[in-house]
Write a new protein. Sequence first.
Length: 420
Amino acid sequence: MGWIGFGSVAALALTGVLASGVTQAQQLDYWVYSDFAQGEALKLQQTFIGEFTAKHPGVKITISGRGDDDLLTGQIAGASSGTGPDVFMNSTSLGAILAKAGALKNIYEDWMAMPEEFRAQFSPDLIKMCTPQPGVMYCLPYTGYGSFMYRNLTLLEEAGIDPKQPIKDWSDWKTQMEKVAATGKKAIPDMSQTWLSLANIYSGTAQPEEWGIDFDNKKTRINPGKLAETAQMLLDIKSYTSGTSEDDQVTKDLFSTNQLAFVVSGPWVNPIFEQVAKERGLKYDRVLVPGAKEGQYGGVKGFEFIAVAPKANAKLAWEFAAYVAEKKQMIRWASALGRFNSNEAALADPQVAGHPLLAITNEASKHAIFNRPPFFVKPYPTDYWSVLLDGVADIVEGDETPQDGAKRIVGELNELIEAE
């Protein structure tokens, strides 16, 4: 029997997997990222919830949008108190923290009991990402992203820059920033303020294996020479920055009001700019993040998973998680929102081909480095990111040369990892 996307209760009963026999009211608390609980994304989520509960009489599912920090802390606290969500999203980069806290149910047997038609929808590499050891699977791949660059076309034209000409490399990009600055506007946010923005620049010169931690050998994978090159780039563009982080609302406001030329971020920012374009005529486009040399590109990629808490309703929570991550739902997700996801069968479907936002995200992910690898293995040391960012800040402030600072930073990171 072929996989039918949960369309027939009788057929599902034959699989022996999804016929839960729910006869009494059961509550599932479903926690998602905040942007999944607003606008068109929320409408789709509510549609999926409605379809699922229609097949499970008496079941009630409450969706709750949470900011990144609230999502993580709530899941960790809930693991010890039993008050957390039944089914939830988070980033694979935080999987090891959640696993250590006991927030994730081992769903390996549930996964293996699913029809092959369902399991074949997902990349083996992504399933491996959720399976840190044989017989232990902590998540189902759900959504994903690759970062790219938004360009304010009005500012580029005011600066005498032809947007039709691609930015070849960092040198070319810096020249454009200088031209923007000459008009009295700002070119780019301060890319040294967060680890993600730093990685978006570092990835323009480094290889994927030169980021993250090698836990087996207890050392950082960061290449000190590439980190020095990145720090030099940040030093060179310092006077062109807005002084704000790429995450700040003021950064989005500056871009939306033609005061900022470039924003490196992910597809979640696009609805904001799209709305401003409709209401106030914002002119912008999306391109790959320039790299140090022509043909190289920066950017960070990551995946969000959907997981089940080890609670009383875990079986029902798994059924719901499998439902929303299935091809039929992910096709609707991708086609309506243009958002990348982890269901390869859905992304290959003709219904989603050609969506411009999905296309740039997909292309960006091919060149980007993973956010915080490896996943579900071991949490990063508590001070890892602060040592990295504080060290880069010292270089950008002129306290150290890029070469000396990068060497010191890598040494301190190795000391942290060895001490764990």
